[in-house]
Design a protein around this ligand. Structure first.
Ligand SMILES: *[C@@H]1O[C@H](CO)[C@@H](O)[C@H](O)[C@H]1NC(C)=O
Ligand SMILES: *[C@@H]1O[C@H](CO)[C@@H](O)[C@H](O)[C@H]1NC(C)=O
Length: 237
Protein backbone atom coordinates (compact mmCIF):
# COMPACT_ATOMS: atom_id res chain seq x y z
CA UNK A 1 0.00 0.00 0.00
CA UNK A 2 2.74 2.41 1.00
CA UNK A 3 4.62 1.86 -2.25
CA UNK A 4 1.47 2.60 -4.22
CA UNK A 5 1.10 5.89 -2.36
CA UNK A 6 4.76 6.77 -3.04
CA UNK A 7 4.37 5.90 -6.70
CA UNK A 8 1.31 8.10 -6.99
CA UNK A 9 3.25 10.97 -5.44
CA UNK A 10 6.00 10.54 -7.99
CA UNK A 11 3.50 10.35 -10.83
CA UNK A 12 1.76 13.50 -9.64
CA UNK A 13 4.88 15.57 -10.32
CA UNK A 14 4.25 19.07 -11.40
CA UNK A 15 7.11 21.27 -10.41
CA UNK A 16 9.30 22.19 -7.50
CA UNK A 17 9.19 25.90 -8.04
CA UNK A 18 6.16 26.97 -5.98
CA UNK A 19 7.25 28.81 -2.86
CA UNK A 20 10.81 29.34 -4.14
CA UNK A 21 12.05 32.91 -4.19
CA UNK A 22 13.83 33.33 -7.51
CA UNK A 23 16.13 36.35 -7.26
CA UNK A 24 18.20 35.47 -10.30
CA UNK A 25 18.66 33.05 -13.16
CA UNK A 26 21.84 31.71 -14.69
CA UNK A 27 21.15 33.98 -17.66
CA UNK A 28 20.59 37.14 -15.59
CA UNK A 29 23.82 36.50 -13.70
CA UNK A 30 25.95 35.60 -16.69
CA UNK A 31 24.97 38.96 -18.23
CA UNK A 32 27.21 40.47 -15.52
CA UNK A 33 30.18 38.46 -16.76
CA UNK A 34 33.24 40.26 -17.96
CA UNK A 35 36.59 38.99 -19.19
CA UNK A 36 37.79 38.50 -15.61
CA UNK A 37 34.80 37.39 -13.53
CA UNK A 38 32.16 34.71 -14.10
CA UNK A 39 28.86 35.13 -12.32
CA UNK A 40 26.63 32.38 -11.05
CA UNK A 41 23.15 32.36 -9.62
CA UNK A 42 22.05 31.28 -6.22
CA UNK A 43 18.27 31.54 -6.68
CA UNK A 44 17.66 32.88 -3.16
CA UNK A 45 20.74 34.98 -2.52
CA UNK A 46 21.38 36.41 -5.97
CA UNK A 47 24.34 36.55 -8.31
CA UNK A 48 27.87 36.06 -7.11
CA UNK A 49 31.16 36.44 -8.92
CA UNK A 50 34.17 34.14 -9.10
CA UNK A 51 37.47 35.40 -10.53
CA UNK A 52 38.67 33.51 -13.62
CA UNK A 53 42.32 34.14 -12.89
CA UNK A 54 44.02 32.05 -10.25
CA UNK A 55 47.54 32.50 -9.07
CA UNK A 56 49.71 29.62 -10.22
CA UNK A 57 51.29 29.17 -6.81
CA UNK A 58 52.09 30.99 -3.57
CA UNK A 59 55.15 32.58 -5.23
CA UNK A 60 53.02 34.63 -7.61
CA UNK A 61 50.42 37.32 -7.43
CA UNK A 62 47.77 37.34 -10.12
CA UNK A 63 45.95 40.07 -11.95
CA UNK A 64 43.54 40.03 -14.84
CA UNK A 65 43.50 42.25 -17.93
CA UNK A 66 39.87 43.40 -18.31
CA UNK A 67 40.32 44.07 -22.04
CA UNK A 68 41.22 40.56 -23.07
CA UNK A 69 40.94 38.38 -19.96
CA UNK A 70 44.65 37.61 -19.90
CA UNK A 71 45.78 36.32 -16.53
CA UNK A 72 49.07 37.83 -15.50
CA UNK A 73 51.00 35.95 -12.83
CA UNK A 74 53.82 38.09 -11.45
CA UNK A 75 56.56 36.63 -9.32
CA UNK A 76 56.29 37.71 -5.69
CA UNK A 77 59.14 39.86 -4.43
CA UNK A 78 60.52 38.01 -1.43
CA UNK A 79 63.35 40.39 -0.63
CA UNK A 80 63.00 41.28 3.06
CA UNK A 81 65.81 43.83 2.89
CA UNK A 82 67.76 42.03 5.60
CA UNK A 83 71.39 41.35 4.59
CA UNK A 84 71.62 38.60 7.23
CA UNK A 85 69.03 36.43 5.53
CA UNK A 86 68.73 34.71 2.19
CA UNK A 87 65.24 34.94 0.82
CA UNK A 88 63.43 32.12 -0.89
CA UNK A 89 60.04 31.28 -2.22
CA UNK A 90 58.30 27.95 -1.78
CA UNK A 91 55.40 27.45 -4.15
CA UNK A 92 53.26 26.01 -1.35
CA UNK A 93 53.69 28.60 1.37
CA UNK A 94 55.28 31.57 -0.34
CA UNK A 95 58.19 33.72 0.78
CA UNK A 96 60.48 32.72 3.59
CA UNK A 97 63.89 33.80 4.82
CA UNK A 98 66.70 31.86 6.40
CA UNK A 99 69.66 33.28 8.26
CA UNK A 100 72.55 33.18 5.84
CA UNK A 101 76.15 32.06 6.18
CA UNK A 102 77.42 35.59 6.31
CA UNK A 103 77.48 35.26 10.09
CA UNK A 104 81.25 35.63 10.80
CA UNK A 105 81.81 32.56 12.97
CA UNK A 106 79.71 29.99 11.15
CA UNK A 107 80.16 28.17 7.90
CA UNK A 108 77.29 25.91 7.03
CA UNK A 109 78.50 23.10 4.85
CA UNK A 110 76.54 20.01 5.75
CA UNK A 111 74.55 18.09 3.26
CA UNK A 112 71.23 17.87 5.06
CA UNK A 113 69.33 15.74 2.56
CA UNK A 114 67.49 13.06 4.55
CA UNK A 115 66.04 11.38 1.43
CA UNK A 116 62.57 11.93 2.81
CA UNK A 117 60.42 13.42 0.03
CA UNK A 118 58.07 14.84 2.67
CA UNK A 119 60.57 17.13 4.38
CA UNK A 120 62.34 20.33 3.38
CA UNK A 121 65.96 20.03 4.41
CA UNK A 122 68.32 22.87 5.14
CA UNK A 123 71.39 23.69 7.13
CA UNK A 124 70.81 26.55 9.54
CA UNK A 125 73.25 29.23 10.60
CA UNK A 126 74.46 27.17 13.58
CA UNK A 127 75.54 24.45 11.11
CA UNK A 128 72.69 22.21 12.23
CA UNK A 129 70.47 20.28 9.84
CA UNK A 130 66.81 21.18 9.99
CA UNK A 131 63.99 19.13 8.52
CA UNK A 132 60.60 20.71 8.30
CA UNK A 133 57.50 18.93 7.12
CA UNK A 134 56.93 19.71 3.46
CA UNK A 135 53.89 21.87 2.89
CA UNK A 136 51.85 20.19 0.14
CA UNK A 137 49.08 22.78 0.20
CA UNK A 138 48.32 23.60 -3.45
CA UNK A 139 45.74 26.34 -2.76
CA UNK A 140 43.20 24.27 -4.65
CA UNK A 141 40.06 23.52 -2.64
CA UNK A 142 39.14 20.77 -5.11
CA UNK A 143 41.98 18.54 -3.97
CA UNK A 144 43.03 16.84 -0.78
CA UNK A 145 46.76 17.32 -0.26
CA UNK A 146 48.94 14.70 1.32
CA UNK A 147 52.50 13.48 1.20
CA UNK A 148 53.53 9.95 0.24
CA UNK A 149 56.63 8.01 -0.82
CA UNK A 150 56.85 10.08 -4.01
CA UNK A 151 56.27 13.45 -2.37
CA UNK A 152 53.16 15.59 -2.50
CA UNK A 153 49.93 14.01 -3.75
CA UNK A 154 46.85 16.01 -4.71
CA UNK A 155 43.71 13.91 -4.87
CA UNK A 156 40.55 15.27 -6.48
CA UNK A 157 37.55 15.44 -4.19
CA UNK A 158 34.12 14.32 -5.35
CA UNK A 159 31.42 16.98 -5.16
CA UNK A 160 28.54 14.61 -5.82
CA UNK A 161 26.02 15.23 -3.03
CA UNK A 162 23.67 12.47 -4.24
CA UNK A 163 20.96 15.09 -4.47
CA UNK A 164 19.01 14.96 -7.75
CA UNK A 165 17.92 18.54 -7.08
CA UNK A 166 21.38 20.10 -7.37
CA UNK A 167 24.11 20.42 -9.96
CA UNK A 168 27.47 19.86 -8.32
CA UNK A 169 30.57 21.90 -9.13
CA UNK A 170 34.01 22.41 -7.75
CA UNK A 171 35.68 25.79 -7.60
CA UNK A 172 39.37 25.85 -6.70
CA UNK A 173 38.61 28.99 -4.67
CA UNK A 174 35.64 27.63 -2.70
CA UNK A 175 35.61 23.86 -3.12
CA UNK A 176 32.35 22.08 -3.80
CA UNK A 177 29.21 24.02 -4.42
CA UNK A 178 25.77 22.93 -5.43
CA UNK A 179 23.32 24.90 -7.51
CA UNK A 180 19.69 24.20 -6.82
CA UNK A 181 17.98 23.01 -9.96
CA UNK A 182 14.31 22.56 -10.61
CA UNK A 183 13.50 19.23 -9.13
CA UNK A 184 10.40 17.50 -10.25
CA UNK A 185 10.43 14.65 -7.79
CA UNK A 186 8.45 15.43 -4.66
CA UNK A 187 9.67 13.60 -1.61
CA UNK A 188 6.87 12.01 0.39
CA UNK A 189 7.17 12.16 4.17
CA UNK A 190 5.35 11.83 7.45
CA UNK A 191 7.98 13.33 9.75
CA UNK A 192 10.50 16.17 9.31
CA UNK A 193 13.53 13.94 9.68
CA UNK A 194 12.62 11.96 6.55
CA UNK A 195 13.26 15.16 4.57
CA UNK A 196 16.87 15.54 5.72
CA UNK A 197 19.11 15.62 2.63
CA UNK A 198 22.19 16.41 4.72
CA UNK A 199 22.55 19.75 3.01
CA UNK A 200 23.41 22.41 5.62
CA UNK A 201 22.51 25.07 3.06
CA UNK A 202 18.82 24.25 3.31
CA UNK A 203 16.19 23.92 5.97
CA UNK A 204 13.62 21.17 5.68
CA UNK A 205 10.24 20.35 7.04
CA UNK A 206 7.55 17.83 6.27
CA UNK A 207 4.33 19.53 5.28
CA UNK A 208 1.79 17.47 7.19
CA UNK A 209 -1.11 18.51 4.98
CA UNK A 210 0.42 17.40 1.67
CA UNK A 211 2.88 14.92 3.24
CA UNK A 212 5.57 16.31 0.94
CA UNK A 213 8.95 17.68 2.01
CA UNK A 214 9.36 21.45 1.82
CA UNK A 215 12.86 22.86 1.44
CA UNK A 216 14.11 26.37 1.71
CA UNK A 217 17.57 27.83 1.43
CA UNK A 218 19.34 28.75 4.65
CA UNK A 219 19.47 32.51 5.16
CA UNK A 220 23.07 33.80 5.02
CA UNK A 221 22.54 37.56 5.29
CA UNK A 222 22.08 37.81 1.55
CA UNK A 223 25.15 35.78 0.62
CA UNK A 224 25.01 32.42 -1.08
CA UNK A 225 25.30 29.29 0.92
CA UNK A 226 27.76 27.02 -0.87
CA UNK A 227 29.12 23.68 0.24
CA UNK A 228 27.39 23.80 3.62
CA UNK A 229 28.77 27.22 4.41
CA UNK A 230 27.59 30.81 4.24
CA UNK A 231 29.81 32.69 1.77
CA UNK A 232 31.01 36.23 2.05
CA UNK A 233 31.88 38.27 -0.98
CA UNK A 234 30.34 40.63 -3.46
CA UNK A 235 26.68 40.20 -4.35
CA UNK A 236 25.40 41.90 -7.49
CA UNK A 237 21.66 42.38 -7.61
C1 LIG B 1 46.12 41.40 -23.47
O1 LIG B 1 46.39 42.77 -23.39
C2 LIG B 1 47.65 43.07 -22.80
C3 LIG B 1 47.77 44.59 -22.63
O2 LIG B 1 47.35 45.27 -23.80
C4 LIG B 1 48.78 42.50 -23.67
O3 LIG B 1 50.04 42.75 -23.07
C5 LIG B 1 48.56 41.00 -23.78
O4 LIG B 1 49.55 40.43 -24.64
C6 LIG B 1 47.17 40.67 -24.29
N1 LIG B 1 46.99 39.23 -24.25
C7 LIG B 1 46.40 38.56 -25.24
C8 LIG B 1 46.27 37.07 -25.05
O5 LIG B 1 45.99 39.11 -26.25
C1 LIG C 1 41.35 16.16 -11.25
O1 LIG C 1 40.59 17.28 -11.62
C2 LIG C 1 41.18 18.08 -12.65
C3 LIG C 1 40.36 19.35 -12.81
O2 LIG C 1 39.00 19.07 -12.88
C4 LIG C 1 41.29 17.26 -13.93
O3 LIG C 1 41.90 18.03 -14.95
C5 LIG C 1 42.11 16.01 -13.66
O4 LIG C 1 42.15 15.18 -14.79
C6 LIG C 1 41.55 15.23 -12.46
N1 LIG C 1 42.47 14.14 -12.12
C7 LIG C 1 42.04 12.90 -11.89
C8 LIG C 1 43.11 11.91 -11.55
O5 LIG C 1 40.87 12.58 -11.95
Amino acid sequence: MKSIIILSFILSIISFSNGTIVKCTSASCSSLNNNCVNHYCNPRAGCYGIDKCVRIDACHIVSCDLNNGSCINTKANCDDGDPCTDDFCHNGYGCFSLPNNKHPSVICQKNCNDNNPCTDDFCDFTNTCQHTLKNCEDNDFCTIDSCGPNGCVHTNISCDDNDPCTSDFCSIMYGCYHEQIECSIKVPCSTDIECNRYNLCETYTCDLISNICKYSTKFCNGFPCINNECMTGVIYN
